[in-house]
Design a protein around this ligand. Structure first.
Ligand code: NAD
Ligand code: MG
Length: 384
């Protein structure tokens, strides 16, 4: 029997993870399940999976959680510190599926207990970069990528030497707005932006896919996960999302990982790694898919990948600034406060106007810069 904690258990990745655990119910013992607020939903899951503890990040939701768990032996707690305390309980595997930099401190707490972290929460790695990878090294933890592209790359690297890699190619679906003109992009609504053609995901990552910032964040994520250097990373648009990413070696061989557009596949690969498990996902029907196509990204209509690449090349704290500004701008767009195209514009303005520290050396540094950047972006958006 293996132990597991799921941070962000009520979200898209969290519930897909629990679907997989349901298939192998007797093989797993669930330790902690967390959410931001959805207390009743969280309590239901905690009861179903006999979790040791359930935690809401938003303390105001704790009374609802307590009430929903009354009469059970499941511990209930709330607040940021409670999230970290739950994440610090030793488990075989932690699935880090909180959205945004809000997941960083819990992930760091999980890393410190030295187990395996299946990381979906890309914003945490983008913001903390070397602070996180150094902690993984120091505590002997294992980081497995859940993000489908990085999971694909991870699989394609098995049995090969990283020194032999010529290119790592991240595929991008291009999102739901791929074919819109610059003019049409001006008037895109939140409903249009979250309607992803291939993947069913949380609202924030769906907007990131529409702006292509998701691929920008993934570019930085890949830089930290796979030490080949920025000059060996590239992005290609592949609208069918069948090839999840590729690794080209110096002999000219390219290895690719293909699969259905279902996060259960990469999550299962982390849960069972280095073995395999059943997911219930349908096999790929390549003849039905027919054709696979590939394009270079259009960084005029979708400037986010350029901004992320520049932030990555700048290094230091630039990716943390990029991420925080993006989180605030995406939330403002989803709340109907700013236009779609304003998201990338705001990120660029904040990056240009910030005196970016050359390095971040601790979790506190990262969180302080994140908070400051959020405030500055909020103020900027209020002005426009
Ligand atoms: P989601 O919005 O569906 O779920 C987010 C989860 O985090 C929920 O359980 C929510 O309660 C919790 N949460 C949100 N804000 C929080 C806060 N401030 N404190 C504590 N908990 C909080 O998001 P998702 O689509 O499942 O994405 C989760 C992460 O996985 C993101 O970083 C995303 O980029 C990444 N990811 C998602 C997918 C996907 O298909 N959904 C694919 C690849 C990577
Ligand atoms: Mg991805």
């Amino acid at each position: 029997m293996r132990t597991i904690s799921i941070l962000g258990a009520t979200g898209s990745v969290g519930t897909s993870t629990l679907d997989l655990i349901r298939r192998e119910r007797d093989d797993w013992r669930v330790v902690a399940l967390t959410a931001n607020c959805s207390a009743t939903e969280l309590a239901k899951l905690a009861i179903e999976f006999s979790a040791e503890t359930a935690v809401v990040g938003d303390e105001t939701c704790l009374p609802e959680l307590r009430e929903a768990l009354a009469g059970t032996s499941i511990e209930a707690s709330g607040g940021k510190q409670a999230l970290c305390d739950a994440s610090a309980r030793p488990v075989d595997i932690t699935v880090a599926a909180i959205v945004g930099c809000a997941g960083l401190a819990p992930v760091m707490a999980a890393i410190e207990q030295g187990g395996t972290i299946a990381l979906a929460n890309k914003e945490a790695l983008v913001s903390a970069g070397e602070v996180m990878t150094a902690a993984v090294e120091r505590h002997g933890a294992t980081l497995l990528p859940v993000d489908s592209e990085h999971n694909a790359i991870f699989q394609c690297l098995q049995g090969n030497s990283i020194e032999d890699v010529r290119w790592i190619t991240l595929t991008a679906s291009g999102g739901p707005l791929r074919t819109l003109s610059a003019e049409q992009l001006e008037t895109v609504t939140p409903e249009q932006a979250v309607a992803h053609p291939n993947w069913d995901m949380g609202a924030k990552i769906s907007v990131d896919s529409a702006t292509m910032m998701n691929k920008g964040l993934e570019f930085i994520e890949a830089y930290h996960l796979f030490p080949v250097g920025l000059d060996r990373l590239r992005i290609v648009v592949h609208p069918q999302s069948v090839i999840h990413s590729m690794v080209e070696y110096r002999d000219g061989s390219t290895l690719a990982q293909l699969g259905p557009s279902d996060m259960k596949v990469p999550i299962a690969s982390c849960l069972a790694w280095p073995a395999r498990m059943e997911t219930g996902c349908e096999a790929l029907d390549l003849a039905a898919i027919g054709e696979l196509s590939f394009f270079n990204p259009d960084e005029v209509r979708f400037p986010a990948t350029r901004l992320a690449r520049e932030a990555a090349h700048h290094g230091g704290a630039a990716p943390a600034v990029l991420n925080a500004a993006n989180e605030v701008a995406v939330a403002a767009f989803l709340a109907g406060q700013i236009a779609f195209t304003r998201i990338a514009l705001s990120v660029e303005t904040i990056l240009n106007d910030t005196e970016i520290p050359s390095a971040l050396t601790s979790l506190d540094d990262v969180l302080a810069l994140d908070t400051m950047t959020r405030e500055r972006t909020g103020a900027l958006l209020e002005r426009v």
